[in-house]
Ligand binder design. Structure first.
Ligand SMILES: NC(=O)c1ccc[n+]([C@@H]2O[C@H](COP(=O)([O-])OP(=O)(O)OC[C@H]3O[C@@H](n4cnc5c(N)ncnc54)[C@H](O)[C@@H]3O)[C@@H](O)[C@H]2O)c1
Length: 420
């Protein structure tokens, strides 16, 4: 069925993994009148999606989901089906050695394999190290030796990689309007990928091969990581030299071709703190700067800890107000958060400390903190009033709005430079 040069019309698409990325992707395709079956191993997700309820928070997405479910274009289930095209959108975490753990991809493909028929397109959308799409294709052929990757074979299937680069919180805007990089294992795989994403994406669909597409996503996040590491390294150097790093960066950025990012307590989140390792673990000898950047950023929480320890010396039964545990400002996402890590260590390693956590974006502390007896959640005004030491970890808008005069008699460690 996938022959000829005009754009392929996909009648039935299967999106595997209905998380933060897979579900909006499925809904956007469904909104164009394509029948989409969303598959997830989490039956609670499936249940809530079929009621038109979004299982996570994303502004504006609830209206779209409700509509496509009510119109019958999107159906969720736990079993895979036969489809014209599959999009695999399952997690790709890393293991202890920073190598990718492909167990979710493998499980998804194993369940998909019996349903695949010649002519089908399989797109891997999960962020993946170079070579993962090809390995996935080879695994499909292991499971289905009757299929082929040779475009001229009548039993050919087509395989491509199309990474996702939306910003959480802006999915309604970015899913349609961000340019996409699409790389097939074969030219027809690329073309079919373009046809599939062209059903809902109005931006540029950039064609390449699968390995370059994999690297494109990893490169984008490594670029951010390396540049943040530069700022973080400057903060360590400036501290030694007794100068203000934020003033330094501000001055340097007046150069017309210099644009240094801002330092902080480390780098968090599930992308920038993770993806560079996929390059390093694939090509360790050549990835020197990328690896060092990861180490500089991962080392920053330790540096913050040493500053706090020094500041607390001589204080009897001190109270510490830790402002912010999210991985960046004005969100509730705590994944890989260096601030959360710092607060956890602070509480665990100093049982005599009274740690008050202020995080306006979460209702309750995560289990990793609520399990620590000397760590409690408190409101901003109360925590600041009662604390001896204010440890600013995230530049949330509530902290930016704080009248700095309330800090006058306090010891302050400001990792984001908002009160300088
Ligand atoms: N969240 C983001 O902002 C973002 C941005 C760009 C790329 N990515 C990448 O996209 C991929 C998915 O990320 P996410 O944030 O949507 O993850 P997620 O954890 O929100 O969702 C993944 C979903 O896959 C399901 N799943 C796991 N194994 C499965 C299987 N065998 N069959 C069917 N479903 C299965 C899970 O139950 C879960 O609902 C990852 O590779 C991630 O790195 C995420």
């Amino acid at each position: 069925m996938h022959t000829g040069k005009s754009p392929q019309a996909f009648e039935k698409v299967c999106v595997v993994g209905l998380g933060y990325i897979g579900l909006p992707t499925a809904a956007f395709i469904a909104s164009k009148g394509v029948h989409v079956t969303g598959v997830d191993v989490n039956s609670k997700f499936v249940e809530s999606i079929n009621k038109g309820e979004v299982p996570f928070f994303e502004p504006g997405f609830d209206v779209l989901l409700k509509r496509v479910v009510e119109e019958g274009y999107l159906v969720a289930q736990t079993e895979q089906i036969e489809a014209d095209a599959y999009i695999v959108c399952v997690p790709t975490p890393f293991k202890e050695n920073h190598k990718v753990d492909t167990k979710f991809i493998n499980a998804a493909v194993k369940a998909m394999a019996p349903h695949l028929r010649p002519g089908a397109l399989v797109v891997l959308e999960s962020t993946s190290p170079p070579g993962t799409t090809e390995n996935m294709a080879n695994y499909i052929l292991e499971l289905r030796p009757d299929l082929s990757l040779d475009e001229d074979d009548e039993n050919a299937i087509f395989v491509a990689h199309c990474p996702e680069r939306v910003l959480p919180g802006q999915i309604m805007e970015e899913m349609e309007n961000n340019d996409r990089v699409i790389g097939g294992l074969t030219p027809r795989g690329t073309q079919l990928g373009v046809d599939l994403y062209g059903t809902f994406c109005t931006a540029e669909l950039l064609q390449t091969n699968a390995t370059t597409a994999e690297m494109a996503k990893l490169t984008e996040n490594s670029f951010r990581d390396v540049n943040i590491a530069f700022a973080n390294e400057l903060s360590l150097i400036s501290d030694r030299l007794g100068i203000d790093v934020w003033e330094l960066i501000d001055l340097a950025n007046h150069h017309p071709r210099v644009n240094i990012l801002q330092p902080g307590p480390g780098v968090g989140g599930h992308c920038i703190a993770v993806d560079p390792w996929f390059i390093v673990s694939s090509v360790p000898e050549e990835s020197k700067i990328i690896k060092t950047a990861r180490e500089v950023n991962d080392g920053k929480p330790e540096w913050v800890m040493s500053k706090v320890t020094k500041a607390l010396k001589g204080l009897d039964a001190p109270v510490v107000a830790a402002l912010g545990i999210a991985f960046k400002n004005d969100i509730d996402d705590l994944r890989e958060s260096p601030s959360l890590n710092i607060v956890k260590r602070l509480g665990e390693e100093n049982p005599e400390l009274d740690v008050r956590v202020v995080e306006p974006n979460v209702d309750e502390l995560p289990d990793s903190l609520s399990a620590i007896a000397n760590v409690k959640k408190q409101d901003l005004q109360g925590a600041v009033a009662e604390a001896d030491l204010i440890l600013l970890l995230v530049n949330h808008k509530e902290f930016l709005a704080l009248d700095p005069s309330v800090l006058d008699d306090k010891t302050v460690i400001d990792t984001k430079g908002i009160w300088r």
